[in-house]
Design a protein around this ligand. Sequence first.
Ligand SMILES: Nc1ncnc2c1ncn2[C@@H]1O[C@H](COP(=O)(O)OP(=O)(O)OC[C@H]2O[C@@H]([n+]3cccc(C(=O)O)c3)[C@H](O)[C@@H]2O)[C@@H](O)[C@H]1O
Ligand SMILES: Nc1ncnc2c1ncn2[C@@H]1O[C@H](COP(=O)(O)OP(=O)(O)OP(=O)(O)O)[C@@H](O)[C@H]1O
Ligand SMILES: [Mg+2]
Length: 273
Amino acid sequence: MGALSVNTALLRQILVGFVRDEVYKVGLRKGVLGLSGGIDSALVAYIAAEALGPENVYAYCMPYRTSNPESEAHARLVAESLGINFKVIEITGMVDAYFDLYPEASNMRRGNKMARERMTILYDHSADVAGLVLGTSNKTELLLGYGTLHGDMASALNPIGDIYKSQVWELSEAMGVPHEVIEKKPSADLWAGQTDEQELGFTYRDADELLYRMVDQRMSREELIAAGFDAQFIDNVHKKVQGSHFKRRLPIIAKVSNRTIDRDFRYARDWGK
Ligand SMILES: Nc1ncnc2c1ncn2[C@@H]1O[C@H](COP(=O)(O)OP(=O)(O)OC[C@H]2O[C@@H]([n+]3cccc(C(=O)O)c3)[C@H](O)[C@@H]2O)[C@@H](O)[C@H]1O
Ligand SMILES: Nc1ncnc2c1ncn2[C@@H]1O[C@H](COP(=O)(O)OP(=O)(O)OP(=O)(O)O)[C@@H](O)[C@H]1O
Ligand SMILES: [Mg+2]
């Protein structure tokens, strides 16, 4: 059994319990999520359906005009397999209306805008159905900073943020996520044929092996090299982790009082509940 291999039965029980407890704790019963047709959101849908009941899960597929039509088909397949609520909300008009003002905008700006557009839709629907937004960023993406701040990284709670992509694959298999979804290449789906691994320049499996030793086992650069990792690969990944740390923290507040929020005034989110 590899270092990243997980006890899927136990993990499933913990993550399902986490979603149920955290949603119920705030007095709500429902969860909403963006369902892209990719594996991360599919797995969260499976966890949420088990935790809250399929009738209490609201999945929104939000294609842009360049999204692969296969993505919507896969999102629909996941929703139908689970019997959760499913709606398609096209974001092309809203995104294009903005970029009509900035036709020279890069693909990066456009992709981040799409992710943030989807976030505003999810939060609006969370108010409409009285539910919480479920996050779908896995530990690999969060550590690499491979996601849009206040976009797909925004949520009320995230059941998969402490599991690596390799573990997402393993748990998805165990929970019965359709094979079409498990087997396809991870993609932000901004244009046809785009893949995360191509953009990042390494595979998730390689990144996970390194990140697990770097972050969870706290191995030094020397120890990682001795363990057989390429020095350039280590430095590249380390730079991404360090350079994206701001995405994993709340905004910093200028301290001018003796009880500054998040510095001295630091209660757990369920404080008093
Ligand atoms: N040190 C710092 N402290 C606080 N804030 C800082 C900062 N440096 C930049 N910033 C701010 O953060 C912004 C940059 O962060 P951000 O806006 O998130 O954008 P950025 O990190 O530049 O790009 C997002 C990355 O995530 C990838 N992505 C996004 C969405 C979905 C997926 C997917 O796989 O589906 C992938 C995307 O391909 C790209 O590589 C800057 O424009 C600036 O406002
Ligand atoms: N077309 C879309 N419709 C709805 N939600 C989307 C769409 N594209 C992206 N998202 C949201 O943004 C999240 C981040 O996308 P990301 O590609 O990292 O995850 P994924 O598509 O679920 O899995 P994978 O990384 O394997 O493609 C998704 O999990 C989903 O919640
Ligand atoms: Mg995707």
